[in-house]
Design a protein around this ligand. Structure first.
Ligand code: GLU
Length: 537
């Protein structure tokens, strides 16, 4: 074959490949459409599509879904007003336009939390339980915070795929206060890199209150999550810009991190904060005396900048998006924009884990096992890396400055789901793993147990039982572990299952008991063992 012929042949092959891929895509698109067009009408209603997306937590306002006016036909006739139809051709355009295959993945159930309905129900249950807790008091060190309605309670969750669920007052703006600290820390890591940043701030828990008048043995603030460290952080944010531009820089980051959620500034909190800031001024002068600040730092500007950052407001929905951006290694799930580098996020989460919850940080890391940051405004941002972000807002605080319901919510959350950093070490804990498809863990458990029983692998059977797999569960043919062990003549497995009080007479879909299986396969020892323990044929 000469070169030209070879080229032509490879061209034809490419065309064939392309048309095969196109055909596969076409089949997939058709299948997706048909899954929504339940009565084979040849069109779907707009509400069918939105309903399918919302059932997995994708909001109709999600900027990644790109439905244009023209995609929906509002036909005359028996349609109810406002219900539009989408034909197959228009549907194809919508899914092809959606960012990151969002619509396809949502309809197929291929998002990080596949069974979002069950997950949201659990979140709602935890919300309702926690709501009863009325302990604690609203922060009163400045009058503006003291006037907040103590009853407010909102919870929002956002996954790394942008699935969202909220309960209660999730739209109420609250003052972020100390939650400014981790984000400002991220900003200076992005701007200066880890080495320069940590020439001015340590990364060790201080062991004393968040506003303690103390520095580490290098005369630096202990970490960026306490006031001294946060003031130092502010001195490092765009120091060469005008104050107004420095603040704009911070606000823009909040907007990007929160997927363009409304971010506001509460001027009265700022003014009040400034008036009652003796301790923060003292910390500033103390650090200046110890030459901790970068050269040419203007102390008063820096302190005011810190008070401004504490006076930023967001609602729980927006803050959950910020937490989800951190969970997603710096890419905002809602916009798909990379806002922070993975290294920055890693450093920030490490310090949130060890220092994010005031004097409760060690206890929180121990009991909850997740990076988190709270603020005296009543907000709490929690990150489950690679899965989701949560914000809980409830202004009543405990004596350490953490939201009471926020902590309560986290305790219940960790009892329910396998979110603790070290839950993977205790896999038999019966906690829910929402990453699994509905019944996935149950089905996997049955299949593994049946297969280990049929192979006579006692060690594996013991492991599976220790992990919480139910020995009496049957597969879709009604076959159980003891059926399989009896068929294959594994007396050791049967003895073990008997010691765990297995049901001796389960009936499979052909009407067979384990004893019947043993007779058919002529396993004499097994027959005797089963009969001794009351098995029937
Ligand atoms: N603005 C507060 C202060 O510096 C922050 C309080 C907080 O949430 O920890 O005192």
């Amino acid at each position: 074959m000469n070169t030209k012929e070879a080229k032509d042949q490879s061209k034809t092959k490419n065309i064939q490949n392309t048309s095969t891929i196109e055909k596969i895509i076409e089949i997939e698109e058709k299948t997706l459409f048909e899954s929504l067009d339940k009565n084979s009408k040849g069109f779907i209603y707009y509400s069918d599509l939105i309903g399918a997306l919302e059932s997995v937590g994708i909001k109709k306002t999600d900027p990644r879904i790109k439905i244009e006016e023209d995609d929906i036909d509002y036909l005359a006739g028996d349609d109810l007003e406002g219900i539009g139809k989408i034909t197959y051709d228009k549907f194809k355009k919508i899914i092809q336009r959606s960012q990151g295959n969002l619509v396809q993945n949502a309809i197929k159930g291929n998002l990080i939390i596949p069974d979002f309905k069950s997950f949201s129900n659990e979140i709602n249950r935890i919300y309702s339980t926690t709501k009863k807790n009325k302990a604690g008091n609203v922060a009163s060190y400045i009058p503006q915070l003291g006037r907040v309605n103590p009853e407010y309670f909102g919870v929002s969750v956002c996954t790394i795929d942008g699935q969202r669920y909220s309960a209660g007052d999730s739209n109420v703006n609250f003052c972020i206060q100390s939650i400014t600290k981790p984000i400002n820390y991220c900003l200076i890591l992005e701007e200066h890199g880890e080495e320069k940043v940590h020439k001015h701030i340590g990364r060790e828990p201080s062991g004393i209150g968040f506003n303690g008048l103390v520095l580490n043995n290098k005369q630096l603030p202990h970490n960026p999550m306490i006031n001294s460290g946060a003031i130092m952080t502010c001195s490092l944010i765009k120091p060469d810009l005008e104050m107004a531009d420095r603040f704009d820089h911070v606000m823009k980051y909040w907007s990007r991190l929160s997927g363009k959620s409304p971010v506001r500034f509460n001027n009265s909190v700022y003014l009040s904060e400034k008036l009652t800031a003796d301790r923060n001024f003292a910390l500033g002068y103390f650090m200046r005396e110890n030459k901790a600040f970068p050269e040419n730092t203007n102390l008063i500007d820096t302190l005011e900048f810190y008070f401004q950052c504490c006076s930023i407001e967001l609602n729980a929905e927006g803050m959950a998006n910020v937490a989800a951006t951190l969970a997603n290694a710096g890419i905002c799930p809602i916009t798909g924009e990379r806002v922070l580098s993975p290294d920055t996020v890693k450093n920030c989460l490490s310090l949130m884990y060890s220092c994010g919850m005031y004097d409760f940080s060690g206890e929180f890391a121990f009991a909850i096992g997740l990076p988190a940051k709270s603020g005296v405004g009543g907000g709490l941002m929690v990150v489950v890396p690679n899965l989701l972000g949560i914000c809980i807002y409830s202004p009543r605080l405990d004596e350490l400055g953490n939201t009471v319901r926020g902590i309560d919510f986290c305790k219940e959350l960790i009892k329910t789901f396998n979110f603790h950093n070290y839950d993977s070490l205790t896999s038999g804990n019966n906690k829910i793993d929402p990453r699994l498809k509905r019944n996935q863990s149950k089905i996997e458990g049955i299949i593994s147990l049946c297969s280990a029983s049929s192979e006579g692998d006692l060690l594996e059977v013991r492991h599976l039982v220790a992990q919480g797999v139910d020995i009496n569960l049957a597969d879709y043919d009604g076959r159980t572990a003891i059926h399989l062990a009896a068929s294959e003549g594994h007396a050791n497995i049967i003895e073990y299952l008997i010691s765990k009080n297995v049901n001796m007479n389960p009936i499979d879909r052909w009407g067979n008991t384990p004893l019947a299986d043993a007779y058919r396969s002529k396993h004499q020892m097994v027959i005797e063992l089963l009969e001794k323990h009351g098995a029937k044929n």
